[in-house]
Design a protein around this ligand. Structure first.
Ligand code: ADP
Ligand code: ASP
Ligand code: MG
Length: 400
């Protein structure tokens, strides 16, 4: 018995039958004597559809209006779920983000939660209501609606669990947990029993969309243990926590991220301070740079190549063209980042060469490499990404 936060993603509430299924899971938990706060996302592809509608009218729409629009998706799902729970005969109330006390900063489209005013949530729990909260949204100091960025409902759930010191935080989704690769795409992907926050944070940041990376960051910060599990199949899922039992596993997972643009600055004059000028210019426009490669200088010139997210590619090129008249600048968006993640690799020399060998055997060319203690990433041609993930996965996680 205790306070349990349960989050259900878009596919888990996609239609009336799925909403009833969620109502059943939630009320079963409540019947066992628990207080339950449920966080839900918009149904199915609702958020994508809303964005598409906006694009048709005004592709440059103000971000404030986009948030006003996108917040509507979760309003539909909370009320429908509350109706389903009511139908099963349980006390329930739905709350929008602002009603649940979500205060955020004012970065529309990727707002950060500043705090949760817990009064209303606590009052509803005290009345023994099941509380259904709209994920992904909050309110800023101007009383305007904000959204937390795609996949942000995971963060809403973790934030409530942290603020109310919940006993459990369960993230229900359409797969049975966190796998060694996307189980929908990679044959032989294995479900992990446990994974550390640090490993999960890398997996999420490098493309495993099963958890939003900010939610993992927040779970680590506040020590909220997460359980990722299926809303359709009641089997044990994956626990995300600080420490895990050492399994004999060199890597925990393989990911793919296609949101990458490769910017090349060719024939730069080789003078001190040029890298500083380039990257301070990009950071002044809030362009996040990921992997950077600089060639040796030759004949007084050198090349600098780096990656940014796709939507920043053209902007980076135009900023640099204005600044560097002597260099040739090109942007390639037909690339992808494939990564392996695992704390085990720190103590195992040869992990990188094993990854490169798998790519070589599949005749896939590596354009860039980046490493840290617990991950290795390569940039390759986007068209080869799925093949690369499968080949690397097979090399590290052979089929039983
Ligand atoms: P939800 O709507 O429940 O938030 P998402 O679509 O955001 O669900 O995330 C779940 C999806 O993440 C799965 O359907 C799966 O295809 C994908 N996925 C990608 N990588 C992984 C992974 N390593 N483990 C599990 N699922 C993954
Ligand atoms: N509905 C939002 C999205 O599609 C939030 C979420 O699903 O977590 O990104
Ligand atoms: Mg999600």
């Amino acid at each position: 018995m205790g306070l349990i936060v349960q989050k259900f993603g878009g596919s888990s509430v996609a239609d009336a039958q799925r909403v009833m299924n969620v109502a059943k899971i939630v009320t079963d938990t409540y019947k066992q004597g628990n207080d339950v706060i449920v966080v839900v996302s918009a149904q199915g592809d609702t958020t994508d559809d809303l964005i598409e509608q906006a694009q048709e009218i005004n592709p440059q729409a103000a971000k404030r209006e986009m948030d006003q629009l996108m917040a509507a998706g979760e309003q539909i799902s909370i009320s429908l779920l509350a109706m389903a729970i009511e139908k099963l005969g349980f006390p329930v109330i739905s709350l929008l983000g602002w009603q649940a006390g979500f205060n955020t900063n004012s970065i529309y489209g990727s707002a950060r939660i500043k705090n949760i005013r817990p009064n209303r949530l606590q009052a509803e729990i005290a009345k023994h209501n099941i509380v259904v909260v709209a994920g992904f949204q909050g309110i800023n100091r101007y009383d305007d609606l904000t959204t937390l960025g795609r996949g942000g409902s995971d963060t809403s759930a973790v934030a409530i669990a942290a603020a109310l010191r919940a006993d459990r935080c369960q993230i229900f989704t359409d797969v049975e947990g966190v796998f060694t690769a996307d189980p929908r795409k990679v044959e032989g992907a294995k479900k992990l029993k446990e994974i550390t926050y640090d490993e999960m944070l890398e997996l999420a940041t490098l493309g495993a969309q099963v958890l939003n990376n900010r939610s993992v960051e927040m779970a680590k910060k506040y020590g909220v243990e997460l359980e990722v599990l299926s809303s359709l199949n009641p089997v044990p899922g994956t626990i995300v926590k600080e420490y895990t039992k050492m399994e004999k596993m060199l890597i925990r997972g393989v990911t793919k991220d296609k949101d990458v643009a490769l910017v090349s600055i060719l024939g730069l004059r080789d003078t001190p301070g040029v890298a500083f000028k380039i990257f301070s210019k990009l950071s002044s426009k809030n362009i996040n740079v990921d992997i950077i490669l600089q060639s040796f200088g030759r004949d007084g010139t050198k090349d600098i190549i780096f990656t940014v997210s796709k939507d920043n590619g053209e902007l980076a090129v135009s900023l640099l063209e204005d600044m560097l008249d002597e260099a040739k600048i090109v942007c390639n968006t037909n690339v992808a980042k494939v990564s392996i993640v695992g704390a085990g690799m720190e103590s195992h020399p040869g992990t990188a060469s094993k990854m490169f060998e798998a790519l070589y055997e599949s005749n896939i060319n590596i354009q860039m490499i980046s490493t840290s203690e617990i991950k290795i990433s390569v940039i390759i041609d986007a068209d080869e990404a799925d093949r690369a993930v499968s080949a690397v996965h097979k090399a590290f996680i052979p089929n039983d």
